[in-house]
Each structure stands twice: as C-alpha cells, then as structure tokens.
Ligand binder design. Sequence first.
Ligand SMILES: Nc1ncnc2c1ncn2[C@@H]1O[C@H](COP(=O)(O)OP(=O)(O)O)[C@@H](O)[C@H]1O
Ligand SMILES: O=P(O)(O)OC[C@H]1O[C@](O)(COP(=O)(O)O)[C@@H](O)[C@@H]1O
Length: 310
Amino acid sequence: MIVTVTLNPSIDISYRLEEFLIDDVNRTDKVSKTPGGKGLNVTRVLKQLNANVLATGFIGGRTGEFLEDGLKDLSIDTSFLKVKGNTRNCIAVLHEGKQTEILESGEEISKEEQEEFLSLFEKIIKKASVVTISGSVPPGIASDYYEELLKIAGRNNIKVILDTSGNSLKNIVLNSEIKPYCIKPNETEIKQIEGKEINTKKELIEYLNSNIFDEIELVVVTMGGEGALVKYKNEFYNAEIPKIKVVNPVGSGDSTVAGIAYGLENNLSIEELIKYAMTCGILNTMEEKTGFINVNEVENIKNQVKVIKL
Ligand SMILES: Nc1ncnc2c1ncn2[C@@H]1O[C@H](COP(=O)(O)OP(=O)(O)O)[C@@H](O)[C@H]1O
Ligand SMILES: O=P(O)(O)OC[C@H]1O[C@](O)(COP(=O)(O)O)[C@@H](O)[C@@H]1O
C-alpha cells in the first residue's frame, strides 16, 4: 500500500481567462474546483494507475468535507485527522499561456492536533511499503515536523518520497538526522536549498555529488519540458521526453511523484521507474484537470521517453 501525506490540502480552484486584466474585473465560466494540495494530486494519479493508496493529512470545516467527498466519489480511501481550522483554497489563473497562482497559507494546526496526527500516522503506515509526503506545511507546524514523520517511517522500514520546497526541503536536506529515500525538487527548489547558482547540467551533477545528498538514494530533479536529471545510488540518468502540446502544467510534479511511488511499490528497475515518473508528469500537462492523466496513453508516452545512463 502507498500512503500519501498532505498536511496542507486545499480546494484547488482554477479559472481560465483569455486575458488577465489587472486592476479590473475578470469574468469566466471556465472554472474547476477539485480536491488539491500536492499530495492529493499524487493520490488521484496513483488511483488511476490502480495502485492501492490511502490519503492522510489534516482537513477541517466545510471545505474539508468538500474535499473528502470529492475523494470518496473517486473511491479513494482516506484517513484524515479532522482539525479545528478550515481547509484552504488555492487559486490558479490560467491566462495567455501563463499560470498565476494565489496559494492561501492555510489555518493554524494546534500542538495537540500535531501530536494526534503523529499517532495516527504511526498507526496507518503499518501496512504501507511506500509513503509520499508532499507540499507546504500549514501555520503552527515547525519546519522540522517532516523529520518526525521520517523517523516514524524509518522505524517501520518504509521508503519515503518527499516533495516539498523552501525551508521544509532545506531543513531535511541540510539538518535532518534521518533522510527520505527520495526527493523530487524542480530546478528552482534544488537551487533554493543552499541558494546555489546552478546553470548547467554539469553544475547540477557536481552539486548532487556533494555530501549533503549522500544518504538520499534517489534524487529526481525535474525540469519541466526538458525532462529530468536523476541520481540513483551515485549513478546519473538523463530523462529525455517527447515534445507534446501542454494544456495545463499544474500538478505535473505531483504526477511525477505518483509515477515514482508506483515504481517503488512495484519494484521496477530504475530505468522503468524514471519512465513511469516522466510519463505521468507529461500526461498530466496534456490535460485540463490537475492530478489527472489519460491512462490509455501511458504505454504510448512511456515508449517515447528515453532514459540514458551518464
Ligand atoms: N512542458 C512540458 N512538456 C512535457 N512534459 C512536461 C512539461 N512540463 C512538465 N512536464 C513533465 O512533468 C514533470 C515535472 O514537471 P516540473 O515542471 O519540473 O515539476 P513541478 O510541477 O514540480 O515544478 C517533468 O519532468 C515532465 O515529465
Ligand atoms: O502545498 P503547497 O506547496 O502550498 O502547494 C499547493 C499547490 O500546489 C499544487 O499541487 C500545484 O503544484 P505544482 O504545479 O507545483 O505541481 C496545487 O494543486 C496546490 O494548490
């Protein structure tokens, strides 16, 4: 089983506009509202891949109920901790080929709620082989909270894929006693870890060879339409992907994480795992909906992804 952790889920609202008018009124009938937050996008794609998946995290209020109902409609198993604060909304405006996002930070999670979640997490991961942890943490949660989750997963010998950014990622890579099995930074996030200038693949390889990544077995640095550079057990792989028509790229990193989790759960070879990860990311960009792929196209796209050992 794969457990997906979304500590800061959201109702993802997307508005598509021909033109985005600043300091003016924008009207649209092209609206979508889906259960979101990075980990729930991961969950939906895993469900589409027929994986045995359980979603957990904090939810609260009417927005939390909307979110849980949306997952139930997709027959997704959930075990959320209900909290006092309301689940947030995140808005993406898709306009003129661009994507402008307004992400609420979410409502505060109390110390008691944080403690309660650690107990719930310990209980539900007993049957898991892979855990994904995605996204930002809501207010009230210290940046080392993810380390607590890693310790619990470590005690239970479970592989963790961590997809986060900013201080949460920095803290895990630079300061955490225990490391995740895999991280999936994009090009911006990898530079944020130590504020490094990384302009070429050669520089990226040099950076990934530095000892701060020694204990992380799998590092997947995604590069949007340019595919990814992957470090696995000190070997490097370049993932070359086909040129496709992008409809909506929101959630493609999350879909990539779903592909990695699927690969680990099914003990795929590293080449096959990278192909699945890229395929899920690509297929998500080709859809209007976030955290959604056309499963009928998996084989076709996978055959067009090239994984080259460097
Ligand atoms: N323009 C694109 N064309 C094709 N595939 C894409 C494109 N953008 C993203 N992808 C796919 O999704 C993956 C993750 O995208 P990326 O933008 O790097 O992540 P994030 O959403 O985390 O910023 C890429 O490695 C690729 O497989
Ligand atoms: O948890 P965070 O980091 O605040 O991000 C939440 C947002 O990220 C998204 O998952 C989109 O992320 P990506 O476009 O980076 O894949 C939205 O669904 C969600 O609103």
